[in-house]
Design a binder for this molecule. Structure first.
Ligand code: 5RP
Length: 262
């Protein structure tokens, strides 16, 4: 079954499989959102089945909550868990300092709250998401529906004085309607092409009334696990300044593939 996976899915799978090796018995875990994070949830469920480890998950979206429930991973709320040992999540872009753009799946708000409430955040990714400078992937911002057009106009005006290349802002759609986040908000995607100063941009955008949060994750991610289609995995730890590599074999007996179908 593993042989049938596309190279990109193999890359996501091996990154996820390596990342869940960081999980220890009894941990409280933030469960990220997206296709790579879904592999992580499956790999986690497999470790729980095979090794009998027990964890409690705090999902970062209704989608992840549903997947965790299907796979028998106990979940709770952040308010109940209060503080987490580890969050494992995907990203849309990451740079050499492990600054991230997230929110491609529209879950950036819960993802940022959960990752910030964790001792450690691990990002799982494929190599295509590594960039020298953030900004090719549109930066999502979550905005309150009330007065969203005014908020969007204020954001565009603010961008004029920011170190960015593009300044177009678009409302994210779901068919012919606005995309609605789990918190009932809208997403406005900023097509910036290049973000010269992510830290400054993040602070300034969050000052605009109507903006709830932006998809820049700065000084939040500790480790990035980069999977490759041939099974090679790189683990870069920004705090230790280390980079290690190994190869993960695709075992056709992996029960995880029986869970596919979503
Ligand atoms: C969701 C996210 C995801 O982590 C990000 O979009 C990456 O998704 P994928 O693993 O499907 O490429 O931030 O809000």
């Amino acid at each position: 079954m593993a042989a049938d996976l596309s190279p990109i899915d193999k890359a996501k799978f091996v990154a996820a499989k390596r990342a869940v090796e960081f999980v220890e018995d009894g941990m409280k875990l933030g469960l990220g959102t997206g296709s790579t994070a879904a592999w992580m949830v499956r790999c986690l469920a497999e470790r729980m089945r095979e090794e009998g480890i027990r964890v409690t998950g705090v999902p970062t979206s209704s989608r992840t909550a549903e997947l965790a429930r299907q796979l028998g991973i106990p979940i709770t709320t952040l308010d109940e868990a209060k503080w987490l040992d580890l969050t494992i999540d995907g990203a849309d872009e990451f740079d050499g300092q492990l600054a991230l753009i997230k929110g491609g799946g529209g879950a950036l708000l819960q993802e940022k709250i959960v990752a910030t409430a964790s001792d450690q955040m691990i990002v799982i990714t494929d190599p295509a998401k590594e960039v020298v400078q953030l900004g090719t992937f549109p930066l999502p911002i979550e905005v309150i529906p009330f007065g969203w057009q005014t908020t969007k106009a204020l954001v565009e005006e603010t961008l004029v004085s920011m170190d960015v290349l593009g300044r177009t802002a678009t409302l994210r759609m779901n068919g012919d309607r606005a995309f609605i986040t789990d918190e009932g908000n809208y997403i406005v995607d900023l097509h910036l092409q290049r973000i010269g100063n992510p830290r400054q941009l993040s602070l300034v955008i969050n000052q605009i009334p109507g903006v709830v949060e932006n998809g820049l994750f700065i000084d939040i991610c500790d480790i990035v696990v980069i999977g490759h289609g041939n099974g090679r995995v790189e683990v870069r730890d920004i705090n230790k300044g280390t980079s290690e590599e190994e190869t993960i074999e695709f075992a056709d007996t992996d029960n995880i593939f029986a869970d596919l179908g979503d």
